[in-house]
Design a protein around this ligand. Structure first.
Ligand code: CA
Ligand code: CA
Ligand code: CA
Ligand code: CA
Length: 315
């Protein structure tokens, strides 16, 4: 018959031992628990990091696509109902300082912008529209600029609209400006042109590809197009084009017939487990993250071409 044992003294003779855990067992349990909690925590951290990266990428992509859509739409409307005398349409695409709206800058802090105009209600001349309403002869000037107003190393893309109330600007330094994207690394534009006005976009007939388009840009920042960015006539603009080749006499923006747009976004935070070995071409600029020591940032490049609709009439 089993004896019921009291609590004290422990394990008197004849009693069935009421064993607790030994110190070794407790230590082993603690080690196992610690390892388990550690594994669960690292798995949580890894998942959290993956989630943050995915969220950042999704945000960049949404931002890029929305901005591209707005730029495309403005380009399609540029020069609307306008005369082909240079008073409506694309005005300039030069490099501007990232801190000062009115300062041209071909250096490292200079970023390519775009300015275009459209007749708000007809053309520049006041008069009566076909539907009988008054044509006030009002124009709308829209500029796209990259600025780093919050000095975080990434550029903010602003759409500056002359018809937008200056008092309602989102940033005081950018009157009439609306912030489209705050994650931009760089922006670029190139222009397909018709210099001889034969209604055909001008091409280069040279090896290796006959009839490649001239993609002109204002590399010397003078306000006219003088450089073909596709200098090796490969049909694409890459680092191998080494900044482009001269096309002879400077071409006015009113002779452009299509616009190529590049938008490059960059993640907010560096990722020490990530290495970007790609080289990006954004218009006239080559961006090599390895050389810039920014290879731990994720980037996303979006490019699109707009054929300008409002170029059929000439004075
Ligand atoms: Ca910034
Ligand atoms: Ca032509
Ligand atoms: Ca020029
Ligand atoms: Ca090329």
């Amino acid at each position: 018959m089993k004896k019921i044992c009291g609590a004290i003294p422990a394990n008197p003779e004849g009693c069935e031992a009421n064993k607790g855990f030994t110190l070794v067992e407790v230590l082993i349990s603690m080690v196992v628990a610690t390892v388990l909690v550690g594994a669960i925590y690292s798995s949580y951290v890894i998942q959290q990091k993956a989630y943050t990266v995915q969220r950042d990428l999704a945000r960049m992509e949404n931002c890029l696509r929305a901005a591209m859509q707005i730029i495309r739409s403005d380009l399609l409307n540029s020069g609307r109902n306008g005369e082909m005398d240079g008073t409506l349409g694309i005005m300039e695409s030069r490099r501007w300082n990232q801190l000062n709206l009115n300062t041209l800058d071909t250096g490292v802090n200079g970023f390519q912008g775009l300015t275009l105009t459209t007749g708000m209600d007809g053309d520049l001349a006041a008069g009566i529209l076909p539907d009988g309403s008054a044509d006030l002869g009002v124009t709308q000037t829209i500029s796209y600029r990259l600025l780093d107003t919050d000095a975080d190393g990434r550029r903010e893309l602003y759409r500056i609209d002359s018809n937008y109330p200056a008092g309602a600007a989102t940033v005081p330094a950018v009157p009439n400006g609306v912030l489209l994207c705050d994650c931009i690394d760089d922006m670029g534009f190139a222009f397909a042109i018709d210099r001889d006005h034969d209604e055909e976009i001008d091409r280069v007939n040279a090896p290796p590809n006959p009839s490649t388009l001239i993609w002109a840009a204002d590399v010397n920042n003078t306000g006219g197009l003088e450089t073909n960015l596709d200098s090796n006539n490969s049909g694409t603009i890459t680092q191998a084009d080494a900044g482009g080749v001269a096309i002879g006499q400077e071409v006015a923006y009113r002779d452009s017939r299509a616009v190529r747009i590049w938008l490059l976004a960059r993640s907010a935070r560096p990722d020490t487990n990530y290495h970007d070995g790609k080289v990006y071409q954004v218009g006239l600029k080559t961006i090599n993250p390895e050389i810039d020591n920014t290879a731990m940032f994720r980037r996303m490049l979006l490019s699109s071409t707009v054929t300008l609709r409002n170029r059929e009439r000439r004075p």
